[in-house]
Design a protein around this ligand. Structure first.
Ligand code: NAP
Length: 278
């Protein structure tokens, strides 16, 4: 079936659960064709109209590269929501790429995915990239990439700070693209993200669970923010639509940080999809 040129396309990463799943439903309701991703073999609901699903593992930069190249081949986005994420494990855990897993899943893989989609963008239409942060981004500064000293809370808040900073980084790097980048702070809401937590985050969740917001309401408010006609870029928006400035750090530390991140992802941009399916 031929898709009408007027149908807008959105990519929501991590759409199989929680906030991402509610974004998927909210944008299908708005008439978008929604492309979503997750680790599972299949999308949890069957026969959802207006939805395409891709399996991808953000612990594997080669897999992210291959799947995003395939997605770029078939879709042309108006909006991308970088949403997939985990809470940090109690102990420092490395991915197959040798990087701390919170840093890679919550941030670096999103940077790689966004850059691949931007570099393979085939049209001139405007694109908004919204990256999900968390209220705890405020408790972090720019750390050292893959620091062996590990603290779960710091690893999570750091990954969320980098998601917020990524809005400005991508805007600076892709000036030739019709691009607007923002970060979205959903606040705290009830979800399955706390499922594997036994210590600090688990206790926090069990204490706060009765007061947490419904993720469908958070997704509805944030989707209204993203689809605003006059949306200013390079800002962090909360679910009431209030905008805050993206924090600014010592120029040299930030420059070194982005240089190191770029060196980590660049080798994965040349991998072809066929290689990972053969
Ligand atoms: N919950 C909160 O209170 C809260 C507060 C502030 C910010 N956030 C942020 O909001 C976002 C969504 O969180 P949520 O609470 O909705 O979590 P969730 O229900 O656990 O959903 C997480 C999503 O990310 C996907 N994902 C996790 N690890 C992945 C990996 N290695 N590769 C690919 N996909 C992966 C999951 O896929 P599978 O289902 O297939 O595993 C799932 O779709 C996260 O970025 C989180 O940091 C959450």
């Amino acid at each position: 079936m031929e898709v009408s040129a007027k149908i807008q396309e959105i990519l929501v990463t991590g759409g199989t659960s929680g906030l991402g799943n509610n974004f998927v439903m909210a944008f299908i309701e708005k008439g978008f064709h929604v492309i979503t991703t997750g680790r599972r073999d299949k999308y949890p609901a069957e026969n959802v109209k207006g939805l395409s699903y891709y399996k991808v593992d953000y612990c594997d930069l080669g897999n992210v590269s291959a799947v995003m190249a395939e997605i770029a081949e078939h879709h042309s986005f108006d909006i991308i929501i970088n949403n997939a994420g985990i809470l940090s494990p109690n102990k420092r855990t490395l991915t197959g790429n040798g990087l701390e897993c919170t840093f890679q899943v919550n941030f670096l893989s999103h940077l790689l995915a966004s850059e691949i989609l931007l570099e393979r963008k085939k049209d001139e239409k405007p694109l908004t990239i919204a990256s999900i942060t968390s209220p705890v981004y405020r408790y972090s500064g720019i750390g050292r990439v893959n620091d062996e000293k590990y603290n779960a809370m710091k690893a999570y808040s750091g990954s969320k700070l980098y998601m917020a900073l990524m809005a400005e980084y991508l805007s600076r790097r892709y000036t030739g693209v019709n691009l607007k980048c923002i970060s979205l702070d959903p606040g705290v809401f009830s979800s399955a993200i706390y499922r594997s937590q036994t210590s600090f985050f688990g206790v926090l969740y069990r204490t706060a669970a009765p007061f947490m917001r419904d993720p469908s309401k958070v997704a509805a408010s944030l989707s209204a923010v993203i689809t605003r006609e006059q949306l200013a870029g390079n800002l962090i928006y909360d679910s009431r639509g209030k905008a805050s400035k993206i924090p600014v750090f010592d120029g040299e530390a930030e420059h070194r940080f982005w240089k190191e991140c770029q060196e980590l992802i660049d080798p994965f941009k040349v991998i072809r999809y066929e290689k990972f399916n053969s």
